[in-house]
Ligand binder design. Structure first.
Ligand SMILES: [Zn+2]
Length: 413
């Protein structure tokens, strides 16, 4: 094989671990075969079953980086620009610049540098000629592959599914194009787009939980079935957890746009009473009507008032901020920061929801089998029920199988 065949260039936003895996594949090796080339400072982050977590990341010292560059058979120039963790490598080791040991350290990418998603394999194949799996740092507002109409899923949610098909959900890819404008306006207004997105996502994810009881909600169920390949049916709760961010993305962008609009913030202030007597917020107030209209759900103004979550916190902060500005009072910190997202308002991670589903299913199976045994014992004369008190004085019941008539007859014979 010539050097050109073995050449593996880093892809934009890729994790160094993902690149290392692709290099191993090019040499027809398992990634684990390459690891002894470096001295590792800590243990590999493992997922269920002991496999390396898909969102694992490796930091390399300078000598370690040079070794990886040599294996990739490409120039080092592309590495720092493409691999977000690359510049952090040398700083992670207490060593002198001329240390020629190849040092490496594991970390979990998604907790160090932000969410990691599966790359689009079709795009990878286009760029590299190989449809290998790629892990990329990808913010939640950039998950649509427009070319292939796919939503790229988080790599560490504990499932194998890499993407959702958005062919029937044009609103989702349109929303990603709209987000760029929303982020620009947010930044112009002095808000951090990342925090605005997080707040809007928290608001919409709370609605997502409540929407199960919204009779008029038809958009989300339809979109959910589309991304589930036509029918989420038998695995409804699984799909509901895995596809939440894709399905609700257009609403998240619409809410982010509304919350950063000064005219909308003015409505919140007016609803509260403005400079007059304080009034309680109402879903059919000016702000509620505006949100419902922007979301294309006019019936939302008839929902029961609930300001217990992120939206209520945001409204309160907007009003307090405006009040302080009007009275020349200096803001006090996070209670006046509309984009401060409290821990309890953060959406439940998909991985946690899936674990809960698994536990729920296990519990239900255990209960069903226990009920079956009880029903069997109660109705089955083949069991003898014996009540007794155990050695700690607790009352208990034991069931003993009686010999079947044939066995009993044989026993007597
Ligand atoms: Zn693609």
């Amino acid at each position: 094989m010539g050097a050109g065949v073995l050449r593996v260039a880093p892809l934009p936003g890729e994790t160094t671990w993902s690149l290392l895996c692709r290099i191993a594949t090019r040499y027809a090796m398992a990634p684990g075969d390459l690891l002894p080339g470096w001295q590792w400072a800590n243990a590999r982050p493992q997922g269920p079953g002991g496999a390396t977590r898909p969102d694992a990341e490796v930091l390399l010292n300078r000598a370690g980086q040079r070794a990886l560059v040599r294996l990739s058979r490409t120039g080092e120039d592309s590495f720092a620009g493409a691999l977000p963790s690359w510049p952090d490598g040398p700083g992670a080791f207490a060593e002198t610049a001329d240390d020629d040991r190849l040092l490496a350290r594991w970390q979990v990418a998604s907790t160090a540098l932000g969410p990691v998603a599966f790359g689009c394999r079709l795009c990878t194949a286009r760029r590299t000629g190989q449809a290998s799996p790629v892990m990329r740092y990808l913010p939640r507002w950039a998950r649509v592959c427009g070319r292939h109409q796919r939503w790229l899923l988080d790599a560490a949610d504990g499932h194998e599914l890499e993407h959702l098909d958005l062919a029937d959900c044009p609103q989702v890819w349109a929303a990603q194009r709209r987000w760029a404008g929303v982020a620009r306006r947010a930044a112009q207004a002095g808000a951090d787009p990342e925090r605005v997105f997080a707040m809007a996502r928290a608001v919409v994810c709370q609605w997502w939980e409540q929407a199960l009881s919204w009779d008029q909600e038809t958009v989300w169920p339809t979109r959910l079935h589309h991304v589930a390949g036509g029918d989420a049916g038998p695995r409804f709760w699984w799909w509901r957890a895995v596809a939440r961010d894709a399905v609700t993305f257009p609403e998240v962008v619409a809410v982010a746009r509304a919350l950063t609009d000064p005219a909308v913030q003015e409505q919140v202030w007016d609803d509260h009473g403005g400079r007059g007597p304080v009034r309680a917020f109402r879903p059919d107030g000016a702000f509620g009507c505006e949100l419902a209209a922007r979301l294309g759900r006019p019936w939302m103004t008839e929902l029961p008032a609930d300001y217990s979550g992120a939206l209520g916190a945001w409204m309160g902060a907007v009003v307090r901020g405006r009040f302080r500005a009007e009275h020349g009072i200096t803001p006090t910190g996070w209670p006046d920061d509309p984009w401060f997202l409290k821990k309890e308002h953060r959406p439940a991670p998909v991985a946690v929801q899936l674990r809960n589903l698994d536990e729920h299913a296990e519990r239900a199976a255990r209960q069903a089998s226990a009920a079956q045994v009880r029903a069997g014992r109660a109705g089955d004369a083949a069991f003898t029920r014996v009540a007794y008190v155990d050695r700690r004085g607790r009352r208990a019941v034991a069931y003993y199988r009686r010999p079947a008539p044939a066995d009993a007859a044989r026993g007597q014979g």
